[in-house]
Design a protein around this ligand. Sequence first.
Ligand code: PEP
Ligand code: MG
Length: 590
Amino acid sequence: MSSQDKSMSFTLHGIGVCPGIAIGQAHLISHATLEVAHLVIAPRMVEKELARFDTALMQVREELVTMRESAEQASAEIGAFVDLYSTILADPELCEVPRQIIVDRRCNAEWALVQQMEFLVGQFEQFEDPYLRERSHDVRQVVERIVKELSGKTAGRSLRLPKGVKGENLIVVAHDLAPTDLIAFKDQRFCAFITDVGGATSHTAILARSMALPAALALHNARALIRDKELLIVDGRRGVVIVNPDPRILEEYTLRKSQIELERSKLKRIKSARTATLDGIEVALHANIELPSDVPASLDGGAEGIGLFRTEFLFLGRGDMPSEDEQFEAYRKVIKGMEGRPVTIRSFDLGADKDLNPEGTLSDLGNRVKTNPALGVRAIRLCLAEPQMFLTQLRAILRASKYGKTKLLIPMLAHAHEIEATLVLLERAKESLRQEKTGFDENLEVGGMIEIPAAALAIGIFLRHLNFLSIGTNDLIQYTLAIDRSDEQVASLYDPMHPAVLMLIAHTLVNAEKANIPVSMCGELAGDLQFTRLFLGMGLRNFSMHPSQILEVKSRILVSNAAELAAPVRRILRLEDSAKIREQIERLNV
Ligand code: PEP
Ligand code: MG
């Protein structure tokens, strides 16, 4: 792209994950830890810098030896990758050449290393063979480890802006962003973000929606093609990014942006209206939140309760576990903040794309996450494997339950013995509080997420042991269709309209109604306007979504007739072809 004209306009297409239009300047984020200081060192400091470099190499070497030892008990794949990293580390291109750069150019060690890495990566990327091209990634990984040692800590992403620079007009452009990075966005107030990879229901995308931040993922080459400070338009509904738009396009999008803002402000008028269909069926609209600081936006968005508090976000981006008191304070803050409205607190759903920080004291937990994390020790599996951690959380939730209507929701349940073990631990937590004479809600309701097909099919055990259910469509789709929800390469196969997905949802709703057990839905489909009428027709009466989606969904409910939807929805559920299902769902919405 070196010959690219500075103002050349081009368009990139990806997956739109949060509707809205943003217009701003590109703010490029480098690969995780590889943004390093560029310092010219004094001649007398050269020896010291060399020693610093050598020490960091030695530490990474030792780290790899330790990993190799534990890999022997783990898996051959991990062992092979540790060996590969050791070979890369021992190559003079990486352990000798940067020393020479420190001496010749008097660069600080990090900068010398990153310069040499860029050179090596450039060479790898020219290989025809995809396997060899891919190895550039391994070189980066090894260099990241050395940079971390040099900086003496876990280096975070450079999402912090220099003093005085405001994020409001900046659009983050990154190869990839982790959920932890998005948490940092909350302070920086960027106006949008775009990435090369990622799926529509990855937790990164979910966080974008929770912050009402227009975002497009899976753009493939955005990070490589876009230059810092270039003007961008992000259309977060269609997943389109226009780089250096011409004045006519810019004008058109500026107009569209203000129309969207106007529509949003008009929706505020229905905030206090009762949520009911034209035929008088009441519907509850709740909010999904990640942090206690999301409560004001939930109330502002018209939430009648919190349907999903993803408590694992209290963990992300920090090196240690929140203590019982810290958790208690966080839960109490949400419960009190909701002023009497119900709050559903979900126990930790750590693992998969909600990474455990392997650098901190959570490393033991991190080690449980293996090569196929979505199918591994995640959510309730991790909690049951770490009963002390789980008990701490249960005690904190119970203590907070004294301050308002609280419910406990358990993610990823599939087996009867998991439900039983959870209830046993809950009883143990209650008993310990009783002994201490600490108050809590003795009748705290316990619910289970229906997000594994096995749970939807063997619904009887859930209905017998639990007080309520919540359908997690994000994982339900992932596990029903065997599609990794964060992998953009299979994103087109992640089809919420697949008949199998709709059958599982319908099966859950019908059986729960027969058993008189309340069901809500807290996956992303609950806030997707395309599906509102379909689910109303299936009998869903409690939807939980990002605060910014509530009023739009409410406006659709207010003009829908639940009784009239029942027959066409029954017909849709008999269809076996997603394309026909889509066509019929579109008809419901006209
Ligand atoms: C879901 O799976 O639909 C859900 C709500 O949980 P999460 O997105 O946190 O996995
Ligand atoms: Mg889930």
